[in-house]
Design a protein around this ligand. Structure first.
Ligand SMILES: *Cc1c(COP(=O)(O)O)cnc(C)c1O
Length: 399
């Protein structure tokens, strides 16, 4: 009999009781706005910023309305001006070039490698042209490149690095938290990421003036002294008259839900990595399918898994998706010509001109992606891998 998986690929874990209790308390007293505090009270938002700064080892942290907002504010705080070119990954999700567009920047796409990281050779060639002074580095699907080499290239060419860590919250490179190599690290706490507040995000930096600008941008008015993971008031004196207020604050309800999740993150990371390892082992040495190897210095968070179907014709990939879906396994394909759900290819972002990227085209044509929610058991992971393996074998042999 054919095995079928009956679980859900989009079911999250519930919010923990401690988070629910804190959220209910906020709703009971009604002070949801981060600057609406009783005498002597410190808001959950100010506290979650301190706790997030401690988690990442950054001097300063700011909680905002979304991950995409964090990236846009980071670009603006770092000085991106209208018309500036911003290097970024061709393999990423739509909010990344979208954040560049939100500040009037022009995305300048860099190829992806078969390990699904930014192509450092292509980056270096683009950096050498001197056309872009910024890199928005997306650690897409948790794959971390050689950060030492990346930073050396960017430093040599005077390029400011901003990191999109939507998929690497809690991941490290040589023991350093993802988001701590560049000037600013940006994170999302949207439901499908590593912490869940529905919507939300953080940005972190060690640079005082950059953080002062980001805080004013986020909509602090002149209440910036209420922030704790922030530089001293005198730093704001230099920026407060020349930085626009572009509201995108986090509120106390979301912050209350997030605070216990910071403490729980290491355990959740172990949970994702255990699931990732089981699926990856189940797919190893499968003819026609290539698993992805991590950089040896990267400790990633396996909240999703990818594999390549090298040189498969599009019809065969479509067949695989259909056959797996019939057995309850939801695969996403980055090579599909039309954008579907969360997945789109760079050639669907037609609000800016991009050159053809032949390596990215070839890799995305065979790139399959699958979420690994913590609601999967380890035996679910084994079953899912068996189903994919069987369907790949049938189709690959028939080719
Ligand atoms: C989700 C995501 C974002 C944006 O986060 P939101 O909180 O949804 O705005 C940015 N980059 C990547 C790679 C993402 O997956």
């Amino acid at each position: 009999m054919m095995e079928v998986f009956t679980g859900s690929f989009t079911q999250q874990e519930p919010i923990c009781e401690e988070g629910i209790a804190a959220a209910v308390e906020v709703m009971r007293h009604g002070r949801l706005h981060r600057y609406n505090t009783a005498v002597g009270e410190i808001s959950h938002t100010a506290l979650v910023e301190e706790e997030f700064a401690a988690l990442t080892g950054a001097k300063y942290a700011l909680a905002v309305a979304s991950g995409g907002y964090a990236i846009g504010a980071a670009l603006r705080a770092a000085g991106v001006q209208h018309g500036d070119r911003v290097l970024t990954n061709a393999f990423t999700l739509a909010p990344v070039p979208g954040a560049i567009a939100s500040v009037g920047g022009i995305p300048d796409l860099v190829e992806v490698t078969e390990d699904l990281v930014i192509d450092l050779g292509h980056l270096e060639a683009k950096a050498a042209t001197g056309q872009s002074k910024y890199l928005l580095l997306s650690h897409m699907r948790g794959h971390i490149c050689d950060m030492d080499r990346l930073m050396a290239i960017c430093t040599a060419h005077g390029i400011t690095v901003i990191e999109d860590c939507a998929h690497t919250m809690g991941a490290t490179f040589k023991g350093i938290q993802s988001g701590r190599h560049g000037l600013i690290g940006c994170y999302s706490t949207q439901t499908y990421k590593h912490m869940n507040s529905g919507e939300g995000g953080f940005l972190v930096t060690d640079d005082a003036e950059t953080m002062a600008r980001a805080i004013i941008l986020s909509g602090s008015y002149m209440l910036y002294e209420r922030h704790r993971a922030a530089p001293p008031p005198e730093v704001f004196e230099q920026v407060k008259y020349i930085t626009p207020n572009i509201s995108g604050r986090m509120d106390n309800l979301r912050a209350a839900i997030l605070r216990p999740q910071i403490a729980a993150l290491p355990e959740r990371i172990d949970g994702w990595n255990a699931r990732y390892t089981r699926v990856k082992e189940g797919l190893s040495n499968c003819p026609g399918l290539r698993t992805i190897e991590h950089h040896e210095d990267a400790a990633q968070v396996g909240s999703s898994i990818q594999f390549l179907l090298p040189d498969w014709p599009a019809e065969k990939v479509t067949d695989l998706l259909t056959c797996c879906a019939k057995r309850g396994v939801e695969l996403k394909w980055f090579g599909k010509a039309e954008p579907v759900a969360f997945t789109s290819r760079y050639d669907s972002w037609q609000y800016f001109a991009s050159e053809k990227l032949p390596n990215t085209d070839r890799i995305l044509a065979g790139l399959i992606d699958m979420r690994l929610p913590l609601t999967f058991s380890l035996s679910d992971c084994d079953l899912i891998a068996r189903i994919i393996r069987e369907e790949v074998s049938v189709l690959y042999q028939a080719a």
